[in-house]
Design a protein around this ligand. Structure first.
Ligand SMILES: [Fe+2]
Length: 293
């Protein structure tokens, strides 16, 4: 639980964060972050048909690292140690892993290799992994991502591109993680990804953009973990929707329940585009639970 003194302790951080955010300068924030400024959000992850032996196992989600000249490795490194203290079974990284030159792919992989898990580290791609504007950089973005993939593989880190990965229980049954490629790149192929899943497995779907949630409802996932928004909600109110219709996002941060499924939107670790002081860097901690049928 958050310390009740938290708001008072962080008055000056909130003031700096909000002042810089208001003028679009949150990306200039290069101060090391005190651990208590990080939002460790804890949730039970109830799964129907959870394989035996996985109860209580910990899945940690981080997102939107944007490892680049703007989001420095020295800032991101500290999170790896804090994640290790939580003893995760699996760490999932839901896209926007790096920006800038290819050397940042090496920095990122080196950093993620520091994570200590019992089962593994799973990554998916976000729009910025293909380039600054993922929509318009199909060819060059494809080469960039292939480079990232080879570097991650060298470090024993999985990059799921329309693929699944299975966490096995003691009864031999599995919990499947389905990782989709980025939608903006035109490479998202859910049919292909879900075809690789055992029909009896419960599924956690990893996709960068939560806007995809509704059109993916006909696939058999129970939980969907996403990022992309950095928590921003500029156009959430009635006035905002009118002023910034193009910026309206239905799913901006936190947990949503849709037709009995669970969507989680992580606010990410990098510091760009955070327009509210509560948009602190987030590490989400899910503890697996067997759900009632
Ligand atoms: Fe992002």
């Amino acid at each position: 639980m958050r310390d009740a003194r938290w708001p008072r302790q962080h008055v000056w951080r909130k003031a700096i964060w909000q002042a810089m955010g208001n003028v679009g300068l949150t990306g200039m924030h290069v101060l090391p972050v005190h651990k208590s400024w990080v939002d460790f959000a804890h949730y039970p992850m109830a799964i129907r048909g959870l394989p035996a032996g996985l109860e209580g196992r910990r899945i940690i989600q981080i997102s939107d690292l944007h490892c680049s000249p703007m989001v420095r490795a020295s800032y991101l490194w500290q999170f790896m140690d804090w994640i290790n203290e939580l003893q995760p079974a699996v760490v999932v990284v839901t896209g926007d892993l790096f920006m800038g030159g290819r050397r940042y792919a090496h920095q990122l992989a080196h950093m993620l290799a520091r994570l200590k898990t019992s089962h593994g580290v799973l990554c998916i791609l976000g729009n910025h992994d293909y380039g600054l504007n993922g929509k318009a950089m199909a060819d060059r973005g494809g080469r960039r991502v292939a480079h990232l993939q080879s570097v991650l593989v060298e470090h024993d880190i999985q990059l799921l591109r329309n693929q699944s990965w299975r966490m096995r229980g003691t009864d031999g049954k599995g919990l499947s993680f389905v990782g989709l490629d980025d939608e903006w790149s035109g490479r998202m192929r859910p049919d292909e990804a879900f075809a690789s899943v055992d029909a009896l497995d419960p599924v956690v779907c990893l996709v960068h953009n939560p806007a995809m949630c509704l059109q993916l409802l006909h696939y058999p996932w129970q939980w969907m973990l996403t990022g992309h928004t950095h928590g921003r909600q500029m156009a959430q109110g009635p006035v905002g929707k009118r002023l910034f219709p193009g910026s309206y996002r239905r799913f901006t941060h936190g947990l949503y329940t849709i037709n009995g499924r669970h969507l989680y939107v992580n606010r990410g670790l990098s510091y760009g585009q955070r327009h509210q002081h509560w948009c602190r860097p987030e590490i989400t901690v899910f503890d697996l639970r067997a759900a009632a049928k």
